[in-house]
Design a protein around this ligand. Structure first.
Ligand code: MGD
Ligand code: MGD
Ligand code: MO
Length: 802
């Protein structure tokens, strides 16, 4: 009936447990990793199981009434924006259920009726909480009241909101603005983000790192200088109308499930889809649309016409080769490939690009990509035939040393055929957090442009600092050098999201004050500064109505620049929660004092006041309050898409030339990339399974090709310690289970954030400074049955024993 693979369960051996465990290991104690089961990876995504899982999780957390009220409002007009991902909603007819399994899980996580009260904090000393995983911490429920931990305290206790804001003000005013850092996670709504950056700049700092620094910063760094805008240039309709869509370095079945409907629609209309990935991800192969009858009973639709199983880091070589083949075809049949009119009128640098791509070293290209010349030529052929191509990408391209060059190479291939500003064509960096794109639009950026600062100064009568601030990587360095006195985190889980976990956690603990505006407990709360505050806030699904003018709504921007409203309806779990804009306003008012020119209170009372300010500061937001109330909201201007114009210095799009670069592991090593499981939202885990990849009840696993295992003299399911090497430095992460898996040769995969301790803080993408989360050179050291790590020499001997 269905082509879902049967799960074959093979028990694991129980050897290798240690009596004395390091903190990272103690943390795994509440997950029994020894119950790991590995089956065959699935070959299709979504379908009936997805619907069942979605309902089961939501009802389990929130009960049937809250489930119905919340799921019925996800992504509906007048409802709330799904906190899951930044994929857009359809602007036409909306289905009754405009959400996916993982969106429902994100909602379940938030609507839970479990409460983390001050009594709960009193019962749980920090020392105990440090041994817990983020899975355990978030399962405890929603935080109900503000809590504080003073130097010397061993646990958090209740504090009033007024005292909490006074405490923040006291710390901020006792130091200089450049020693204060304001981090933002991408769930933050537009209005909150705008106030937050205004607060930081009013104070005198651009230290505004955000999760985007660790995510799609490389995309912005590549797109801004080449096409004059740091965002994608397509709308949902373009995906439907495309003749060819390439999905590169992205796992939509898990991370953007609603995208599968768009890919299916494209194929239904005769378009082709090509997937480029080191892992044969289920959602890239087949899709069973849970919204249709066939989705329940059929075999599912084929998603990819071609699947290129590329080596991690091989994409720059791939796109250079594709450019070469397209130009070769143009020489053979002039006028058939290159959009001359577009290239001549709208771009610069074509001649240099053409010259650079004239020659190719196929041996090296095959080595860099792990692909054959024939496979690459097949895709070049599809590109050559397509008159409208969209290239989508996500983190598989953004978290490597040469990420920015790789994405610029994608731009080259798109420019060549004039794939901007015409239906069915364009660049599509698929964003992560549901409002990460909007936060940047609102000015959450450590490197603000002069026009933004000038506009803020004009509107509010402040003098914004001009010196650039810290991004997330620079913040990590600042913690390390004891240069942070106050760290405020608007959502997120910085300690787990960033690299070099051990050093970062140690640095955070030396900071004077850490402030976490959060919905649920997480690791960052327990590796806190000397003084620490946790300020609980309303989530997307919660009703926000304690205002003089009654109920308020917020707005977000999706991956395709659509701005629309979001409004929760559920009764908040506690009467003590404050909305995020209110928290930011009260913190700012306390820190900046009575005489500050910005009227924080007016904004917190009536969000229309914030939107009026935004409409005067940010281009594209004219008449914001009226347009955000329209049926589908509105789309922000996008010159490449709207008018084929490019707001670069030269007023033209730029071809660029980059040297060939790829990742190669030294003898005995592999290139490790980190991915999300099907049961997690970044650092929050919903469960321990990764259904589509066939992994059950375990997260400390490393997926390795069977032949690489054999070459390394290691075996499936063996317990190893992982050692990463970077510039002569080593990092260790202990007790991972090897799993034989059909990944590309020479590459391994592990889960984020378990593997973050392995990422050296200097392992970053050039220009964007994004951590190299998909470019970690590692080797494995087998643990002997006694539980100690053994060197390679001992491996074989230990193997003989078992
Ligand atoms: N359910 C759920 N949804 C989410 C999230 C979540 O955690 N859970 N997170 C949200 C966020 S913040 C983001 S940014 C997005 C992330 O969305 P994705 O980018 O899909 O996230 P990852 O899990 O990092 O998957 C990266 C993919 O790139 C592939 N890859 C790795 N290295 C390479 C390479 O060198 N080349 C190529 N071609 N491919 C490579 C991996 O095999 C994997 O399929 O998802 C968002 N949506
Ligand atoms: N190794 C590795 N590391 C990575 C990545 C990777 O692919 N590999 N990906 C990177 C990426 S793409 C990203 S985006 C970052 C993610 O980094 P973050 O955005 O910092 O992390 P999250 O796990 O999304 O944050 C979860 C926390 O947000 C809080 N929260 C949830 N909802 C709300 C809300 O409505 N309001 C408020 N105030 N708080 C809320 C909860 O307390 C929860 O614990 O991680 C990065 N780290
Ligand atoms: Mo992200």
């Amino acid at each position: 009936m269905s082509n879902e693979a049967r799960t074959v369960e093979r028990p694991v051996d129980r050897a290798g447990r240690t009596a004395e465990r390091k903190p990272a290991e103690r943390q795994v104690a509440d997950i029994n990793e020894d119950s790991l089961h590995v089956g065959h990876p699935e070959t299709s995504a979504a379908g009936l199981t997805a619907v069942a899982v979605a309902l089961q999780r939501t009802i389990g957390e929130g009960g049937p009434a809250r489930t119905l009220r919340s799921l019925a409002r996800i992504n509906q007009r007048g409802g709330f924006d799904c906190p899951g991902c930044a994929w857009p909603e359809s602007t036409g007819h909306r289905k009754a259920a405009e959400f996916c399994e993982n969106g429902a899980k994100a909602v379940a996580e938030e609507i839970t009726v479990s409460a983390v009260t001050p009594e709960w904090w009193a019962e749980h000393p920090i020392a105990t909480l440090r041994d817990k995983t983020d899975y355990w911490l978030s399962k405890q429920g929603r935080i109900t009241e503000p809590v504080v931990l003073h130097p010397g305290d061993d646990r958090y206790h209740r504090i009033s909101w007024t005292d909490a804001f006074d405490l923040v003000a006291e710390h901020i005013n006792a130091t200089t603005p450049d020693r204060c850092v304001f981090y933002t996670s991408g769930r933050t709504a537009n209005e909150t983000a705008f106030m937050y950056q205004l607060f930081a700049r009013s104070l005198g700092t651009n230290n505004l790192p955000d999760c985007s620094n660790m995510c799609h910063e490389s995309s912005g760094s590549a797109l801004n200088p080449t096409i004059g805008i740091g965002k994608g240039t397509v709308s949902l309709e373009d995906l439907h109308e495309a003749e060819l869509i390439m999905v590169v370095g992205q796992n939509p079945g898990t991370n953007h499930p609603r995208m599968l409907s768009a890919l299916k629609e494209c194929r239904d209309r005769g378009g082709k889809v090509v997937a480029v990935n080191p892992l044969p991800e289920a959602g890239l192969l087949h899709f069973k649309d849970p919204q249709t009858v066939e989705g329940y009973v059929g075999h599912g639709s084929t998603i990819s016409d071609e699947f290129l199983q590329i080596k991690v880091g091989g994409d720059l070589a791939l796109f250079q080769a594709l450019g070469h083949l397209l130009l070769e075809e143009e020489r053979r049949a002039p006028g058939t490939i290159v959009d001359r009119a577009f290239v001549d009128a709208r771009t610069e640098g074509f001649a240099a690009y053409e010259a650079a791509r004239a020659e190719i070293d196929w041996d090296e290209t095959e080595r860099a990509t792990g692909l054959s010349r024939l496979e690459i030529a097949t895709v070049a052929n599809l590109l050559a035939k397509s008159k409208a191509t969209v290239i989508c990408w996500a983190l598989g391209l953004t978290q490597q040393p040469h990420s920015v060059d790789t994405i610029r190479e994608i731009v080259n291939v798109l420019l060549l055929q004039g794939n901007f500003g015409k239906p069915g064509a364009g660049a599509c960096p698929v964003r992560g957090h549901s409002n990460v794109q909007g936060d940047r639009t609102m000015g959450i950026w450590e490197k603000p442009t002069e026009w933004l600062l000038a506009a803020l100064d004009r509107e509010f009568g402040i003098s914004s600092p001009r010196e650039h601030g810290y991004d997330s990587t620079e913040t990590l360095h600042a913690f390390e050098k004891d240069e942070v006195d106050v760290f405020v985190s608007l959502g997120g889980n910085f300690a787990q999201a960033n690299s070099d976990t051990e050093a970062l956690e140690a640095g955070m603990q030396r900071a004077g004050l850490t402030v976490h505006i959060s919905t649920k407990p997480n690791r960052s709360h327990v590796v806190h500064g000397k003084t620490s505050l946790i300020l609980p806030t309303l989530g997307r699904t919660d009703r926000d109505d304690k205002h003089p003018k009654g109920r308020q709504f917020l707005s977000v921007e999706d991956s395709m620049s659509m701005v629309h409203s979001t409004q929760g309806r559920l009764e908040p779990i506690s009467e003590h929660l404050l909305a995020e804009p209110v928290i930011v306003a009260r913190m700012a008012a306390a820190a900046l004092g009575e005489n500050h020119p910005v009227d924080w209170r007016a904004m917190a009372e009536d969000y229309d006041v914030i939107r009026d300010h935004i409409s005067r500061v940010l281009p594209g937001f004219e008449d914001f309050n009226r347009r955000v109330r329209e049926k589908n909201g509105f789309q922000l201007p996008n010159p490449p898409r709207d008018t084929r114009t490019f707001a670069t210095d030269a007023g033209r799009a730029h071809f660029t030339v980059s040297p060939l670069e790829y990742l190669e592991a030294p003898e005995g090593h592999l290139i490790l990339q980190t991915v999300r499981s099907h049961d997690q939202y970044n650092t929050t885990f919903y469960g321990q399974d990764d259904r589509y990849r066939g992994i059950k009840d375990g997260r400390r696993v490393i997926l390795v090709h069977p032949e690489d295992l054999a070459d390394l003299g290691l075996q499936d399911r063996e317990l190893v310690d992982v050692v990463s090497v970077f510039n002569g430095d080593e990092r260790r992460a202990d007790r991972f289970r090897l799993v034989s898996y059909p990944t590309a040769r020479g590459c391994a995969a592990a889960y984020f954030p378990e593997a973050n301790a392995l990422v050296h803080r200097d392992n970053v993408a050039r220009v964007s400074n994004t951590p190299g989360f998909k470019a970690i050179t590692v080797r494995f050291e087998r643990r002997t049955p006694a539980g100690t790590a053994a060197g390679a020499g001992e491996l074989r001997r230990a193997g003989e024993l078992s």
